[in-house]
Design a protein. Sequence first.
Length: 643
Amino acid sequence: MCYYSYYNKPKSPRGILPAIQRYDEPLPKDYEKYENSCFERVMFVSKISKGVNYGSCECGGHTTLGAVRSGAVIKCPNCNKKVLIKRNKYNSNEQRKVFAYIVPFKDGYLSRLFLVYKFSSLDKDGIFKVKILQKEEQRDYFDGNNIFSYHPFWRYGSGIKWLAGRGTKHGSGYCGWRVDELPVSTYPKNLKALFRGTEFQYSQLQTAAVVHNVDPLWYLTKYKNEPKLELMYKLGLYGIASEILRSDYEAERILDKIKSLKDLGIDSKSELKECRFLGAEQLIARKEIKKWAIDKKDKPMAIEFVKRIIHRCGADFKYSFTTRERWFKYYKTQLADYPFSADEVSKISSFISDYTDYVSDCTRLNLDLKDTAIKFPKSLKTAHQWTINELKIQETQVYDALVAVAYESMHKLVEWSDGKLTVVMPKSTREVVEEGQKQSHCVGRYCERIATGESIIVFIRKADSPDKPYFTAELKKDMRIADIVQCRGYKNADAPKEVQAFIKKYKQWFRKRPLGEFNQDSLMVHYYKAVHKRDGKYISNADKGMEFEIGEWTEESNINKDPDQVAVPGLHVASLEFAQNFGNGWSDVAILEVETNIHDVIIPDAKDQVRTSKFRVLREVPFEEMGEWGAKRLAKCKEAQVA
């Protein structure tokens, strides 16, 4: 594969294009034979009877086979070569490859790139035929530093003319390709003599051409800039050599720190042979697990495990509270929670993704990861779901006071039972979020609707199991009739006849029940606000010209109603804890208790804080009522008076 860029390159050296135009030296006599040897041999098969097939090989031999599938590779009993099975009613097969032939040219080297097709077919008499079509599509000149490309152009009456630029683009858009973008098979037989006495005489291009499909000029540029490439090929570490050729960032970063084979965990010739096709990540993983106390049969899985960690998090990634060995052993205890049908790499990747997300959640929740029960829970899936649930609950804590007010005001007007089924109203955002988690539906996202009085959420439970989720219903806020918007069960299941019959009876009860003095448009919720107290006046921190008076309403007409923006115009009120923390650094702080209608609360502004269009100040909260925080403020006041 050719990986270099053709953009922002210097202009073609003077005299090279005319020389390329004149170049017409023939290819080696065995070149076509070499090309054919690089293609897969083909055997066409046709069914004779069930489990019996007749095969015709490229070698000209015929044989009877058992059950075989198209695409399988077997040994032909006639030529003893590996052949590719093809079951095709037209008895034809097409293969495509790119080949390179490199020669000395001017003060550098010229690589000729050929697009070659091999057509294999059987005629009506069952005779195997092979046809190879070859077209030279590009010539690349390497002057020792840069690569310059040229392509042929057919001009009627003048023959082929070579022009600067890459070769033909086959196809278009993302599907388009050129020959230098495909794997390149380099003719190896002239390379040793070609580089004798030059700066490249010790390069391992001949080995690379046999082991890998590599563009020869790209190899030479990497050889000059990456000294480890030659060493890796000489040692037989072809996996790392391939990564160097691909300019693999993680592999190059790992290799920068490698000084010897021991740094790669290779201690003997037998181990060197064993590691031939392993990449840098795999070798580092293998070195690490050599010290682990695990069964030999688990080592391939352990190598893949560490490799996946490196691939996801980097070679230097480690948790401070555990080791990778302990992490791997924990993974083995969790296999039951991951699908056995998935391949090993997918299972490991899913586990690592879940575990790293779980640890991140634990950190956000301030959980002690040194506690074994937390860092290695009995079921990672269950524990991870719990942390997700807890974070969602924390995100909705801003609605807690509003949901509590809605419950206190309305639960007696919506809760009812017929003895078999019962309707209950959630008291907190936690109950709403947990209902959504257990039922696998979206009610957990309805906390805002409840808090602002837009909707009423109720849980339909079986009377003998009132704590076990059954169905969830959403009602419109009109308390005169039971206007049920939706009723959903586990994974949004529709209500069965039993629940439908219950809802019908519930609606009848709802219409007849007494409302008393209930006013759904006047649901007041209490919040707190930190202000500056100066000369007996309560001054806003955001607007020093705004004063608050006990018993008086404060209104704000210029309020931002965009739910996606925070800390914008509006009157901001919060929980007591939030207000205390907000004004903690002020020497003149005072905490006001305020009330606001839930219908005036626009949207949450932050955790434990909302903004509203108006509120009324009820009182200044005495420090004596505010526990430890209040005691500290009283102590500071006394110190200030003494001073």
